[in-house]
Write a protein that binds this ligand. Structure first.
Ligand code: GRF
Length: 190
């Protein structure tokens, strides 16, 4: 059985979409564990509820942070690592060690609205301010640069006339929950 490790900092709704995909047998894999950098994140609560092992790594020092993650990954030995709303940068040493094995989900049609500063509602505000008629989400491989790794798949959503960043974010998030399990499935089969 293929092994997944998920990294998440926030509410963990994308993490939940992976859990649901496995429970519904849409994804043929198991989750070895969750790494979170936030104490009591929503994602950690979901791990607890579904009896998935999780670790909270809160080292401030980037090298120590990275070393702790590597230790944990050595233990879990994943086939695929999924960044699902993970707010800290994954070090180059991890990226090199797990080349083409780390994916990230981002709430825009990259390369638009990616990189530093483009997270959370900022992304959706920028889309609305620019007058774009469509937005969406992207799953891409993680490389050394924020949101710049090779794009694997995208899902589009309409931007509606009366959208606020919050309503657009909710529509994009729904699309994320469909896109992420689809991509995981595809990569595990390839
Ligand atoms: C998602 O919008 C994802 O694209 C971004 O962070 C958010 C995480 O949301 N990278 P959740 O914690 O999965 O609900």
């Amino acid at each position: 059985m293929k092994k997944l490790v998920v990294f998440a900092s926030g509410s963990g709704s994308n993490f939940q979409a992976i859990i649901d995909g496995i429970e519904k047998k849409e994804i043929n894999a198991q989750i070895s564990g969750l790494i979170t950098d936030r104490q009591e994140s929503g994602a950690a609560a979901r791990a607890k509820k579904h009896q998935i092992p999780f670790v909270e790594i809160q080292e401030k020092n980037p090298d120590q942070f990275s070393n702790k993650i590597i230790e944990q990954l050595n233990d879990w030995n994943p086939d695929l690592i999924i960044l699902a709303g993970f707010l800290r940068k994954v070090s180059d040493s991890i990226v090199h060690r797990y080349q083409n094995m780390i994916i990230n989900i981002h709430p825009s049609l990259l390369p638009k609205y990616g990189g530093k500063g483009f997270h959370g509602l900022n992304v959706h505000k920028a889309v609305i301010d620019a007058g774009d008629l469509e937005s969406g989400c992207t799953v891409h491989f993680v490389n050394e640069e924020y949101d710049r790794g090779e794009i694997i798949m995208q899902k589009r959503v309409d931007v509606r006339e009366n959208d606020t960043p919050t309503t657009l974010a909710a529509r994009v998030l729904k699309a994320e929950h469909k896109l992420l399990p689809t991509v995981i499935n595809k990569l595990l089969k390839d």
